[in-house]
Write a protein that binds this ligand. Structure first.
Ligand code: 5AD
Ligand code: SF4
Length: 453
């Protein structure tokens, strides 16, 4: 590929595929930021790429098989173009390391989440014909780790404020692939966001596996509520979000901030995982169902418009019909704005992998479906409750399929299609108010109420 040849100024192309969570999205944006600095542009056609990167996830599902089948697709390409470089990043890379190189002879690079910032050096090595593996987990955040500005396009961006997780929930692979918690310094986070604002970003989501422990486990310098306050005071930024909060750690100071900071979206993602105390205990979550419920009820009493979403795992090892019924009862009682439900997936190396009572795929599938069916009705009812109400929308652009309407998201991330009277000048990236006129399970329809402000 000749990256160091100064005579070669040809723009090179990278095809990048991302699986998994927003952490991975953010890592991918950092990769693109580094690649931009060495003359790469992004392509959505792997056939003309000089570099193919797959950023992988291993939280659920058959992650490795998926990686091998994706890799298989590029085997022929590599045969036809030996200069093509293929790399695997993300959590599967972290877990499998060397093994991936052994099984896929056409693979050139394997690097984990702590090694994203070394991409330029790794590419140089791969370019000179060496096959490279970078899966060292570092305890502290490396000085250059967040050095390159992530690529931002559009009005929304994710900003990683910490990495890793210390919770070791018994089902979860994350602490093994992303290491221990370390926080970034507030000044670094703020200057990254200022850079994003300069590129036109209006909404940032602060990311961490457990943002409530920002600074408490090393690395950071101010508390999470203090950091949020600093971010909210940045001019140019219209909205601030954060995820994920662990229910055991969310505190009063943070809850109060929702009253004081107008830019803070009235939305909390608070994963409950199960509605059975017995299962929560086996998961190692550190709270009971009644503690969880009283927390969200207190929050809703303070802010009736607060949207609360959650994650739930169906079919954890040893989950009885009664345990599952308790989860269904919790879903009915809490009336979440949305749930992200997953069937339990055994992760080798985690504590729960060796628990008794692993359930069949049929039971897990049936329970997952029951949860989704229950929530679909609640989501529709909650969306319908909004008919006639005014919502605040960050405009993302014309609606798909109907350019006379504008599409945007509410504070709690509902999709809204807004009918705008002719002549109303609605700018992408601006906030507008709209009155909801109709609701379906996934979208709201609305009419413009005011122009931009
Ligand atoms: N099986 C199923 N779901 C899982 N999650 C994490 N690990 C597993 C697993 N082994 C879910 C949790 C978490 C979300 C990001 O993914 O609900 O909150
Ligand atoms: Fe996984 Fe639990 Fe950490 Fe979330 S808090 S990343 S579920 S170990």
């Amino acid at each position: 590929m000749g990256m160091e040849e100064s005579s070669e100024n040809r723009e090179k192309l990278v095809f990048l595929e991302t699986f998994g969570c927003q952490m991975n999205d953010n890592d991918s944006e950092r990769m693109l930021g580094i690649l931009k600095g060495i003359n790469f542009a992004r392509t959505d056609d792997p056939n003309c790429a000089d570099l193919i990167l797959i950023n992988t996830c291993t939280v659920r599902d058959k992650a490795e098989q998926k990686v091998y089948s994706t890799l298989g697709r590029y085997k022929e390409l590599k045969r036809g173009r030996p200069g093509l470089i293929i790399g695997i990043a993300g959590c599967v890379a972290q877990q499998q390391g060397e093994k991936l190189l052994k099984r896929a002879p056409h693979l050139d690079m394997v690097f984990g989440p702590h090694n994203v910032h070394k991409l330029r050096e790794l590419l140089l090595e791969a370019d000179s014909g060496r096959r490279v593996v970078a899966t060292a987990l570092t305890e502290a955040i490396d000085a250059g780790e967040y050095g390159a500005a992530p690529e931002a396009s559009g009005e929304k961006a994710f900003v990683s404020i910490m990495r890793g997780c210390n919770n070791f929930c018994s089902y979860c692979i994350v602490p093994y692939t992303r290491g221990r918690e370390v926080s970034r310094l507030s000044a670094d986070i703020i200057s990254e966001i200022e850079g994003l604002c300069a590129k036109g970003v209006k909404e940032v989501t602060l990311l961490g596996q457990n943002v409530n422990s920002y600074s408490t486990s090393g690395g950071g310098d101010v508390s999470f509520p203090a950091l949020l306050g600093m971010v909210c005071s940045l001019k140019g930024l219209l909205r601030v979000r954060f995820m994920t909060s662990h229910p055991k750690d969310i505190g009063a100071e943070l809850i109060e901030l929702f009253g004081a900071e107008k830019k803070l979206c009235r939305h909390l993602h608070l994963p409950v995982q199960s509605g059975s105390d017995r299962i929560l205990e086996k998961m190692g979550r550190g709270y009971t169902v009644s503690e969880y419920l009283s927390k969200i009820e207190r929050i809703k009493a303070l802010y009736p418009d607060m949207a609360i979403t959650t994650d739930i795992i169906a079919g954890f090892p040893g989950e009885t019909a009664e345990d599952f019924e308790a989860t269904m009862a919790l879903v009915r009682r809490a009336r979440f704005d949305n749930i992200f439900a997953f069937m339990y997936s055994l992760r080798p190396g985690t504590a729960a992998a060796s628990f008794d009572g692993q359930l069949s795929v049929e039971v897990r599938t049936r329970r997952l479906q029951a949860l989704l069916d229950e929530q679909r009705v609640i989501t529709l009812e909650k969306n319908r409750d909004l008919i006639g109400r005014t919502v605040e929308v960050l405009v993302e652009g014309p609606s798909r399929g109907d350019a006379s309407r504008m599409m945007g998201k509410t504070q709690c991330n509902r999709i809204v299609n807004i009918a705008c009277p002719p002549g109303l000048d609605v700018l992408q990236g601006s906030i507008m108010e709209a009155v909801v006129t109709d609701a379906s399970p996934n979208t709201l329809s609305a009419e413009a109420k005011t122009g931009n402000h």
